[in-house]
Design a protein around this ligand. Structure first.
Ligand code: CTP
Length: 403
């Protein structure tokens, strides 16, 4: 899945011959799962028709402040367009538009939108080689870089003038790749390794029976997705769960028992930067596992249980620089119990779930949690979807590890 999937891309097309290539660029953005709206400068319409770009983008193309063909003309709100966009890509960007961008000249819809956009702006210059080399153009590049705009460099090759040199707009495939790489490199958890445990564990009684619990694993899977979307490489160790995930940055290992989860977690902990243990590991397991199915003979049956290994506690004992996060599911004296666990298990953060809160806990798609940090902060989170809780948790961890 492309990182551009679900992104809102505003494409600004200016009047260069390379504008004809934007048909393919729109197609590639759409193919990657993005939503696309196009703004053109009036002169760009000489190079490619708005109809082509509106058909491919499945959105109306704007080039002026009003809809001039319509007698009930409506105002094309540049502020709204700028706020709508997650990314603004100006391609091709002519020397004229670059000069206007660098000095703030606002004489068309594209420029007004550029000046009001709050999102990252990428621009792909396209012009003749002498224009590209001109000191004035270089000054525009420097100014735009100072503004935080990102240049997708032109390439060398045959130009519309017949001359050969630097100034060709990057090919649409390369523009898409450039933007994808740039976004990935800037993700807040890029390069971080995150270990997550999820789901229940099943502790065997005999070949057909086990002790388990109602954990669905959903919270852990959502945390894995949120961490991967933040650029982390995720090792997700899950007990028996129906949840599925397909993400290039998530490696899923499926285990059954607490002992297997313990071994897997320890295998990866050394190379982990952040460990989030959300699994509902069984606290006890049968001391002896019968080789054969236990037959019903007597009127009662006693199974002797022994404690399972506490994975979280064991990682807290050996942790060095890892940021360690645990969960606490409590029914009484919630804050006190959670703070106690944070301390005794040597955690950096604990996520408190109170079973007294409606909509929190096992088997539901919502959760109401309180985050408690090592420094003693108590951050209450309202009732939210598990997806949002996971995103909030990852955002909080990100601020903590970068603090
Ligand atoms: N945990 C773990 N391994 C275990 C038991 C728990 O890694 N064998 C982790 C859970 O994933 C969770 C945290 O420990 O992050 C809290 O688990 P919980 O069962 O609520 O707390 P306990 O410390 O086991 O205490 P109690 O059951 O008495 O509340």
């Amino acid at each position: 899945m492309s990182i551009l999937s679900g992104k809102k891309i505003l494409l600004g097309v200016t009047a260069g011959i390379a504008a004809y290539k934007t048909a393919n660029l729109v197609r590639l953005f759409i193919k990657s799962g993005a939503e696309v709206k196009v703004i053109m400068t009036p002169a760009a319409k000489d190079f490619i028709t708005p109809l082509t770009l509106s058909t491919l983008s499945k959105n109306q193309v704007h080039s002026s402040f009003t809809n001039e063909e319509d007698e009930n003309a409506v105002w094309n709100n540049h502020v709204e367009l700028g706020l709508w966009a997650d990314l603004f890509v100006i391609a091709p960007a002519t020397a004229n538009t670059l000069a206007k961008m660098s000095s703030g000249v606002c004489d068309n819809l594209l420029m007004a939108t550029y000046l009001s956009a709050k999102c990252p702006v990428y621009f792909a210059p396209a012009m003749d080689l002498d224009m590209y080399k001109h000191k004035s153009t270089k000054n525009s590049f420097a100014k735009l870089s100072e503004y935080g705009n990102i240049m997708i460099p032109a390439t060398s090759g045959e130009l519309a003038s017949g001359l050969v040199g630097e100034g060709r707009m990057a090919e649409p495939e390369d523009i898409v790749e450039f933007i994808e790489k740039d976004i990935l490199n800037k993700l807040p958890l890029k390069g971080k390794h995150v270990l997550i445990t999820a789901g229940p564990t099943y502790e065997a009684i005999d070949p057909v029976r086990f002790i388990g619990n109602h954990s669905s694993g959903k919270m852990g899977f959502e945390i894995a997705k949120a961490a991967a979307n933040a650029g982390a490489e995720v090792e997700l160790i899950t007990g028996p769960s129906k949840e599925m995930v397909s993400h290039s940055l998530i490696n899923v290992t499926r285990v059954v028992s607490g002992d297997e989860m313990y071994n897997e977690a320890h295998k990866h902990f050394n190379s982990t930067d952040i460990a989030i243990l959300s699994a509902a590991v069984a606290d006890y397991k049968p001391k002896f596992v019968a080789n054969q199915k236990i037959k019903k003979k007597d009127s009662s049956l006693t199974i002797e249980l022994e404690k399972t290994k506490d994975i979280l506690r064991s990682l807290g004992e050996i942790k060095s620089s890892q940021f360690l996060v645990g969960f606490a599911l409590e029914t009484n004296d919630e804050l006190e119990n959670a703070k106690g666990k944070l301390q005794s298990k040597n955690l950096d953060l604990i996520v408190l779930n109170s079973l007294n809160d409606k909509g929190a806990g096992f088997g539901v798609s919502t959760n109401k949690v309180t985050f408690i940090t090592k420094a003693g902060e108590v951050l209450e989170n309202g009732l939210k979807s598990k997806t949002e809780v996971a995103e909030d948790l990852i955002a909080l961890i990100t601020t903590k590890i970068h603090a």
